[in-house]
Design a protein around this ligand. Structure first.
Ligand code: CO
Length: 170
């Protein structure tokens, strides 16, 4: 298990447009393995390569919409592109690189992504609810965009309590 340090807002690497991954090699696999360990350890639902200081188009998203009794699993997306969206959801969003801050962000309710896997094979994956939100949030990181830049507004403690106290999970 190798953990990488998650950089926080203010670091330049979070503001840059990342370059495509071109080599699907051992080096990429080590990065993805380390990002996976770092994501699980952090308790987050997604992590983008620039958050660990690597300016390449690679993200991880935790698929949390699983049937009861089944395990959540990490989706690796290399050079991801959003190819379809529908609907709309507005809810609280946070980021491992902006600790302790939550903002109300409007995202599509459904998102379809085309990406490559760690071996360079193309695939498509769909997500709804939190997973759709996470696809958008992580792919935004690859273009240097943070949720605080696009939030309708930043939530105060009262609002957070209203959301989370009511048992909402996103
Ligand atoms: Co983030």
């Amino acid at each position: 298990m190798a953990l990488r340090t998650i950089v926080e807002k203010g670091e330049r690497c979070l503001e840059k447009r990342c370059r495509s991954v071109v080599n699907f090699d051992e080096r990429l696999h080590i990065l993805l393995d380390d990002m996976g360990d770092t994501l699980i350890q952090s308790g987050g639902v997604g992590l983008a390569a620039p958050q660990v200081g690597i300016l390449r188009r690679a993200v991880l998203v935790l698929e949390t919409n699983v049937a009861e009794g089944e395990n959540e699993y990490v989706i690796e997306l290399i050079n991801p592109e959003i190819i379809e969206t529908s609907g709309e959801q507005t809810g609280p969003e946070g980021c491992l690189s902006v600790p302790g801050v939550f903002g109300l962000v409007t995202r599509p309710e459904y998102v379809k992504v085309r990406a490559q896997d760690r071996f360079g094979e193309f695939f498509e994956v769909e997500g709804t609810g939190l997973t759709a939100r996470c696809f958008c949030h992580e792919i935004d990181h690859l273009d240097g965009r943070l949720f605080v830049d696009i939030a309708d507004h930043i939530m105060d403690d009262e609002e957070l309590k209203a959301y989370y106290g009511a048992g909402e999970d996103e």
